[in-house]
Ligand binder design. Structure first.
Ligand code: PHE
Length: 437
């Protein structure tokens, strides 16, 4: 069974797929704004600290759980520690979180498809800011167009996942991620060349330590978690497709570096342009579907930059959705014993149906978002650290971290982080998000 398991063919394949998961809408429409609003350079330092001190250790834990078990997140805990049935809940939460997140993530991703089409058809040009707001309001509150684009997007996602790990996920992410990098660099250069660009750079990076308080610190950790796609079993599932010759610590460091780099570059691509045109900074859908089209309209070559930007968003959303669907599909193939093709169709159809409910009942949208990012992700993050820190034997951990033939020298540090520091820090984020502190 284990020998037949599909796997990534090499290091670049692993990194492209995992970075594809990590780099998503969160990097582009959320991180830059959160950075600018919460103390710029000061926030960035705290964020980097959490990536290093908690993000990378938890990512390493997920990778090694998956690779050791040779199972997707659902069966992994059972395989590694049959005597501890309690931990199976992490697998259940992982599959549930992936399913719920994908159902609303795909709706928003569908909007990026619609906007790529609108930008390419030059239908966003010559519109006043008010008209652009009306276009977005009309679109996002209507029913049929978002459903149509949701279906288109899920078909693209399923088309990639259906090919399997090597001939699907890896094949596409290896091409899409470099394209994403090129687009973002081009957008950055254009943005920096605009007159008045430096104001945006100031907004993003000027360190303002007076803005740092306990909420901002917890925000940084929460964002680091979401952005790295950890705590939901995606990374464990991808870990189960990584060959023994790969170095897991190296993988986690590279993926975290790529994720952070793209988040910072997204800020450089967006905010200098926003400030150069004298517009107020914003985040989320308002920023990408209303503010930015307005800016592209005023910019030389805006037609092309608008298309490039929406393609960028689409790629970011697609490679993240692929990882979410893979968690669901791996569960269906391993536990319900369906073939990958059938499993993919089944998973994609179920997600699409739930997505349709999100379109029709917007309240579902935000409640799925809150349940997953405030409850499921931190809880499984804590359990993953505790599992590797306290319950997996040190030898097992060491074997996984040295399987490429090198020596792992940071065992003590890793163990202290996983046993104590990470669970406590994540518990604070959890309590803060649910309003208890
Ligand atoms: N990490 C992705 C982002 O930054 C979000 C994501 C969440 C991706 C969950 C996959 C799963 O946008």
């Amino acid at each position: 069974m284990a020998q037949n398991r599909d796997s990534f063919s090499n290091k670049f394949g692993v990194i492209a797929a995992a970075a594809g998961s990590a780099i998503g809408l969160g990097n582009i429409w959320r991180f830059p704004y959160v950075l600018g609003e919460n103390g710029g350079g000061a926030f960035l330092l705290i964020y980097l600290f959490f990536i290093l001190a908690i993000g990378i250790p938890v990512m390493v834990s997920e990778l090694l759980i998956g690779r050791r078990a040779q199972k997707s997140v659902f069966g992994a805990f059972q395989a590694l520690a049959p005597q501890l049935p309690f931990f199976r809940i992490v697998g259940v939460m992982g599959v549930a979180a992936a399913f719920l997140i994908l159902s609303f993530y795909a709706v928003v991703a569908g909007w990026t498809v619609e906007y790529t089409v609108l930008a390419a058809g030059n239908q966003l040009a010559d519109k006043t800011p008010d008209q652009l707001s009306v276009i977005f309001e009309d679109f996002s509150t209507s029913i049929w167009r978002p459903i149509f684009y949701l279906i288109v997007f899920m078909a693209m996602t399923a088309g990639i996942v259906m090919g399997g790990v090597k001939n699907g996920i890896e094949k596409y992410t290896k091409v899409l991620m470099p394209v994403l990098l090129v687009i973002i660099v081009v957008l950055c250069i254009n943005s920096l060349l605009l007159e008045g660009a430096m104001e945006g750079i100031g907004f993003l990076f000027h360190p303002d330590f007076s803005k740092i308080n306990s909420n901002v610190i917890l925000e940084a950790l929460g964002q680091a978690f979401f952005s790295l796609s950890i705590g939901m079993g995606i990374i464990a599932t991808y870990g189960s497709y990584i060959q023994k010759k790969e170095n897991l610590l190296n993988t986690a460091v590279s993926v975290s570096f790529a994720d952070t780099l793209i988040a910072v570059l997204a800020g450089v691509a967006i905010f200098p342009a926003v400030f150069a045109f004298g517009i107020k900074p914003d985040a989320g859908p308002g920023l990408v579907f209303e503010t930015l089209p307005n800016i592209f309209n005023q910019m030389a070559g805006g037609y092309f930059f608008a298309i490039a930007f929406f393609v960028l968003l689409l790629i970011a959303a697609l490679t993240s959705s692929v990882s979410l669907l893979e968690v669901v599909v791996a569960y269906i193939t391993e536990e319900l014993h369906l073939k990958r093709k059938k499993a993919t169709v089944l998973g994609a159809v179920l997600v699409t149906v739930l997505g349709v409910f999100c379109v029709v009942y917007p309240v579902l949208f935000s409640s799925f978002d809150k349940t997953t990012s405030n409850i499921l992700l931190p809880l499984s993050g804590i359990l993953i650290s505790v599992f590797v820190g306290w319950f997996l034997s040190k030898n097992q951990v060491r074997e996984e971290l040295e399987s490429h033939g090198g020596k792992f020298r940071l065992m003590k540090v890793l163990m202290i982080i996983l046993k104590v520091f990470a669970p406590i820090a994540i518990a604070f984020v959890f309590l803060n998000k649910i309003g208890l502190i």
